[in-house]
Design a protein around this ligand. Structure first.
Ligand code: UD1
Length: 428
């Protein structure tokens, strides 16, 4: 369906109003995988209505779980796991399906899935995931594009050092280790906030995870986990996108239901560019405040050089929408993409709007222009798609964006959210 749809934006309208930010996709996916560890009914609140979350629920159903969604609450009954295979179409639909490997292997001692392969951002290997699970006692064979994994005697604890702080590998190891025998230590673990959310969930279920959010995470395996009720953390990337949309239109927005602490790497850059940002309202369990007010009085200025990095560095997922903002900021902005090999596909689309961008390898140089003008654009990946919407809002005249299936993977009704704060945007 989304393949035939387009988003049409009549740009240049100032955004003003309030947006309640959705729950985090990148937390929802490992948490849905974590429900496999619990024999019984887990309840996840604030689970965003996204095609990626639907795909994760379909995987759970293939494994024999019962999933039910009511608004943003998803209930997963994993009392019985009757299958251990993730079907290939679902692996293809969502590369992050690999996140089910750790939990299925830990609970069922075997798992079969197809190799996820590359994606629009580059090759995206899973060698860290597989090496770590092998260290924990898994036997893994790669046959004709399939991964046949088993741990007949169960998994055991191990001391694992990641050569790069991979988010997915850290999560997969945590999921596998939660039901393993003994203690697993992850050194050079990813420190993203979503890792902390996963640790909190496992601990609420009776697991023993310590150090999440730091570079060493220890997981003491337990015999069984009991289901719990958990509220998924706010989506820091959706929030960052809406902040960029606001900056791009010279608007004034309040974002509610965020954690401003997790957004600091992004808000610091927006302040450098001339946006005023205030955070307020505390809530238990959050590192920062729950609301962000942003407005822009003066023209945007370039923030200089932006280097994407692992948390707490500037998030690679926020690079595309920020790039759109810098296309209309005075001065030159240099982006150095350190996480993914091929994450500048949006740049050539932005030039259709009149942006001046040159790309060489992992570096993109943006020379700010006075204004952009509407054009027909194609989204080829999720955050790149968000960048096109951000730029379409800033551009004078009509922009038509296709490739919406990418955008729908990560943003809950993005056009409705933006229309609610004054954008002239519709899906046709
Ligand atoms: C997660 C996020 C994604 C975000 C990324 C980096 C989810 C569902 N997705 O993706 O939105 O952009 O973190 O913050 O949470 N790598 C290897 N071998 C491996 C694993 C990773 O070489 O076994 C490389 C990747 O190719 C990539 C880099 O490490 O270049 C980072 O990947 P990783 O942190 O694993 O990202 P994901 O978990 O896939």
């Amino acid at each position: 369906m989304a393949e035939q749809q387009r988003i049409v934006i009549n740009g240049g309208k100032r955004l003003e109003g309030e947006i309640r930010v959705q729950g985090a996709k990148n937390s929802a996916l490992p948490l849905l995988a974590a429900t496999v560890l619990c024999s019984g009914e887990s309840v996840l609140h604030n689970c965003p209505r996204l095609s990626d979350c639907d795909a994760a629920c379909r995987i759970l159903e293939c494994l024999g779980c019962k999933c039910k969604r009511e608004q943003t609450t998803v209930t997963v009954n994993a009392s019985v796991i009757s299958g251990t295979e993730v079907p290939t179409p679902l692996m293809r639909e969502m590369r992050s399906s690999i996140i089910f490997l750790g939990s299925v292997l830990a609970r069922c001692r075997s798992c079969r899935l197809s190799f996820p392969g590359g994606c629009e951002l580059g090759p995206r290997p899973i060698d860290f995931h597989l090496a770590a699970l092998r260290e924990m006692g898994a036997e893994i064979e790669e046959n004709h594009g399939y991964l046949e994994c088993s741990a007949p005697k169960g998994l055991h604890g191990a001391r694992i050092t990641l050569s790069f702080s991979s988010v997915g590998a850290t999560e997969n190891i945590m999921l596998a280790a939660a039901l393993s025998q003994g203690v697993t230590e992850i050194h050079n673990a990813a420190r993203e906030p979503e890792i902390v959310d996963l640790a909190n969930f496992i601990n609420k279920c009776g697991g023993k995870v310590s150090g999440a959010g730091g570079s060493t995470v220890a997981i003491e395996g337990v015999e069984s986990l009991s289901p719990c009720e958990h509220r998924i953390m706010p989506d820091r990337i959706a929030a960052a996108t809406y902040l960029c949309c606001c900056g791009a239109t010279g608007g004034e927005l309040i974002l509610t239901d965020v954690d401003s602490g997790d957004l600091r790497p992004v808000t610091a850059v927006l302040e450098q560019m001339g946006c005023s940002i205030y955070t307020y309202g505390t809530e238990a369990g959050k590192k920062g405040e729950s609301n962000i007010f942003i407005n822009l009085h003066r023209p945007l200025i370039s923030p200089g050089t932006i280097r994407t990095n692992v948390h707490p560095g500037f998030p690679t997922d926020a690079q595309p929408p920020l790039m759109s903002l810098t296309t209309v900021a005075s001065g030159t902005t240099v982006f150095v993409e350190n996480i993914f090999e091929n994450r500048f596909k949006h740049a050539s689309e932005l030039t259709r709007l009149g942006a001046k961008i040159s790309v060489e390898g992992k570096v993109a140089v943006v020379t700010g222009v006075k204004s952009l003008s509407g054009a027909e654009l194609l989204a080829t990946d999720l955050r790149g798609g968000a960048a096109l919407i951000t730029a379409g809002l800033a551009a004078e005249g009509i922009s038509k964006i296709s490739g919406l299936s990418h955008i729908d993977r990560g943003y809950e009704s993005i056009e409705k959210v933006l229309r609610g704060v004054g954008a002239d945007i519709k899906r046709i």
